[in-house]
Design a protein around this ligand. Structure first.
Ligand code: THU
Length: 145
């Protein structure tokens, strides 16, 4: 199945994850579903914590699920939340997503039904990439893909 054919499934997975969100502090539920170049889908939701800074965003939870399953090549991410307006990913999640490609398509849908679409490059024009700032300290490390 191509990524195009699978947008319905991607949205459904993001919404399913949003229902599972653990957000007792903000009440703001977020779901994210990330689609690989060959159509596989991995979902995540926000997971809050009493120590607020420990909270994980839905997008980064989805990235973790994808990477743990062996996938690192992403085509698009679908985000949904309990906000009426579509939420853009936060700055930390933009940087996290950019690790796997600036051309990622980012779709966000609000509870009001409206959606917005960006490329990651639009959301984060100047990503930080370590290999552009070479340091001789650890030449044997694994290279990013
Ligand atoms: N949140 C996300 O899950 N993704 C974002 O891109 C923005 C914020 C979550 C974190 C927190 O649990 C709640 O939304 C309110 O900030």
């Amino acid at each position: 199945m191509t990524p195009e054919e699978n947008l319905t499934d991607l949205r459904a997975e993001a919404r399913r994850a949003m229902e599972a969100a653990y957000a007792p502090y903000s009440g703001f539920r977020v779901g994210a579903a990330i689609q690989t170049a060959d159509g596989r889908i991995h979902a995540g939701c926000n997971v809050e914590n009493a120590s607020f800074s420990v909270t994980m965003c839905a997008e980064r939870v989805a990235i973790g699920a994808a990477v743990a399953a062996g996938d690192r090549s992403f085509r698009r991410v679908f985000i949904c939340s309990t906000s009426v307006e579509p939420v853009p990913p936060c700055g930390v999640c933009r940087q996290a997503l950019s690790e796997f490609g600036p051309d990622l398509e980012v779709i966000s849908e609000g509870s009001g039904g409206l959606a917005r679409t960006w490329t990651l490059r639009q959301l984060l024009p100047d990503q930080f990439r370590l290999e552009e700032h070479e340091s001789p300290r650890n030449p044997d490390r694994e290279r990013p893909t």
